[in-house]
Design a protein around this ligand. Structure first.
Ligand code: SF4
Length: 354
């Protein structure tokens, strides 16, 4: 899967370009304007892997494109593992040999793909196994979209099709905002991947400058989930070092002004760690933080991994925490863990081949 071979001059990787950039490139090669749209449709709608698949593009056009470009970036499926609970872990080998993973989650009425935005992550959240890897590199637009397009190709034609995409895999999406936001345009475009923006969710620790950038550009083509960890600054700064740069007070101010479509709410994800952030006082603190925000809360009991510095709270403690929030009239639900047996559950992604 050379893409390109190290000795060949680097070619343009078409799936890393926006549809407009592809049209401009095609025109610069003497093609008619419609040709670029046709090529973008092959790449992003049908997930084409080879110029030979573009059967309604003339052979001479394909040849002139192939001299300059590849249909890549290409990625190979290195492992495909199913969990009895309905999760399917897809491990991808990228063209430079690095690995990244996505997870398909089947639930009644929808099929969700959890995609990665980076190889590793530099945010260092203590409860997250991906954080132990550090950041290797950002994924390109084509590598983000490739996870979706190739996962779609793996689905049986007579089975359920992909309905939702969540950016909750490896990496902090807003630490790779350019490529993630460009990908969102293709994912939600009716001409390409055509997922409704209400079925696409970006999860972040709360990178305030990038949230402000999204707000300045008119909003997000998808829902926003904030990983909270704690509503107390000192606990959150310990668990999530990002809180030292973007503390809770500032985060709340920005989120209160975040433009939400009618009827939509922000989602807060709160990983519950025994004896660290699962006390009833912390539930009340969380309730105070949420007051005034249009929000719902997903409570995620910690998924332990070997050597993890935390334990999962008991089911009773989790329910007691949820009950405090519900008493205070918040929408709070406990999210059951899928994929733990194949290390595909929330916070466990390390792209290992084991
Ligand atoms: S929770 Fe997200 S942002 Fe934090 S270390 Fe893990 S992948 Fe990175």
């Amino acid at each position: 899967m050379p893409d390109p071979s190290p000795s060949a001059p680097a070619k343009i990787r078409l799936k890393d370009l926006s549809p407009q950039e592809i049209s401009d490139l095609a025109e610069s090669l003497g093609e008619k304007p419609f040709r670029g749209r046709q090529i973008a449709s092959w790449l992003f709608r049908r997930g084409c892997q080879d110029f030979g698949e573009m059967t309604d593009v003339s052979k001479s056009s394909r040849q002139s494109l192939a001299r300059l470009c590849t249909v890549g970036p290409l990625m190979a499926l290195a492992k495909d593992e199913a969990d009895p609970g309905g999760a399917r872990r897809l491990l991808w080998r990228l063209s430079d040999g690095l690995m990244v993973e996505s997870v398909l989650l089947a639930e009644p009425g929808h099929l969700t793909l959890c995609v990665s935005s980076q190889v590793g992550c530099r945010m260092g959240c203590l409860f997250c196994r991906t954080g132990t890897l550090g950041l290797r590199r950002n994924l390109s637009q084509g590598e983000i979209l490739g996870q979706i397009m190739q996962a779609r190709r793996l689905l049986p034609e007579d089975g359920p099709s992909l309905t939702n995409v969540v950016f909750m895999g490896m990496g902090e999406p807003l630490d790779n905002a350019d490529n993630v936001l460009r990908s969102l345009s293709v994912i939600t475009s009716p001409d390409y991947l055509a997922l409704a923006s209400r079925h696409v969710t970006l999860s972040t620790v709360g990178v305030i400058p990038q949230i402000e950038r999204i707000m300045a550009s008119g909003g997000l083509r998808g829902g926003l989930t904030i990983s909270l960890g704690s509503a107390d600054d000192s606990v959150r700064s310990h668990l999530m070092p990002c809180n030292r740069a973007w503390p809770l007070g500032e985060l709340k101010k920005v989120l209160a002004a975040f433009p939400l479509p009618r009827g939509r709410r922000l989602t807060f994800a709160y990983v519950l760690l025994e004896g660290v952030n699962d006390g009833l006082d912390q539930a009340r603190e969380l309730s105070r933080f949420l007051s005034g925000l249009r929000a719902k809360i997903n409570l995620i009991p910690f998924n332990a991994w070997p050597g993890a510095p935390f334990r999962r709270p008991s089911a009773r403690a989790v329910e007691a925490f949820r009950d405090i929030l519900v008493e205070k009239r918040h929408t709070a639900q406990i999210r059951d863990t899928k994929g733990a047996s194949v290390n595909a559950a929330c916070g466990l992604l390390v792209a290992s081949q084991a």
